[in-house]
Design a protein around this ligand. Sequence first.
Ligand code: FA5
Length: 342
Amino acid sequence: MINKLEQLKEEAIKKIKEIKNLDALQNLEKQYLGRKGELTAILRGIADLSIDDKKKIGRLSNEVKNELKENFLKIKNIIEARASDASFVDVSLPGKTIEQGSVHPISQMINDLDDLFSKMGFMVLDGPELESDHYNFTALNIPADHPARDMQDTFYIDKENKKGELDMVMRTHTSPMQVRAMQKYGAPLRCVVPGRVFRNEATDATHDTTFDQIEGLMIGEDISLANLSAVLKEVLHGLFDEELEVRIRPGYFPFVELGLEFDVACTICKGAKCPACKHTGWLEMIGAGMVHPEVLKYGGIDSKKYSGFAFGIGLTRLAMMKHKIDDIRLFNSGDLKFLKQF
Ligand code: FA5
């Protein structure tokens, strides 16, 4: 019986210490010290003991009872004091789990491209998303009213400049950084510019209104398309684990003389034609060419001495092909089910 009492005491004290509210404390007190409680149940067996044992057990049970009462009272006081103290923080409560995010697939792609181009000696530059009409179009050999402006449906900003002109646009491509970089760094020059661009597009599986491009520019003496081809090959090799099939065809951009477009065979259907490649087997991926002498002139570079290539890669489409995502709109959807896969 002595053992039982000791065991009961230890067990009760342990439980009392874990109690966090008054209701639970009251229930526990009833469980041990109430009329039908566990201590009373043990003492019921006392009648069968000798007088000596009765005395011993009686004394011990009183001690246990008092000790438990003291413990109940102590914890009750603590709980009541906490309840009346508004600043109390229960550090023993489990904390809220903070969900760990992951790097957005577009940011991952930018990081990978930055690394690959840096290794080839390209500076990584950043440009303004709100751009002047001058850098977005005029300095790229697309004067006002030139039909080529219609190639990129533009968000014009409703704010006049000092001359009363509406001349700010959400940049439609990363190409405005070509002239900005030439003006700042001169020739020779090697730079890339990743970033967001904006177009007033009807969206579909491969077109969004906000997407990312990476511009590339290399100016020097005797730069040719062979250099462009070598650089792009190196980058695509570095990015993709699989071999990409690439198709090159002529393309028109007013800021290059000899313009090219690069298509990539759809990695989702492997060229077999699917909704993601609009059943063509190919995805238009890169616009490129040799920088137009007019653009070099705007950049303050002598076009007789220097030549260069430029390209604009559809970075979001590249991410589509790398991760085999069949709808470009998922990247900006903010859908956690999509984002948690990366
Ligand atoms: C341009 O934006 C040129 N600035 C590229 C360039 C740079 C040409 C330097 C010559 C020299 P384009 O509009 O074709 O070109 O866009 C380039 C790439 O961006 C496309 O090949 C495609 O991969 C991607 N792209 C274009 N429009 C969209 C869109 N609405 N949604 C997603 N990606 C797009």
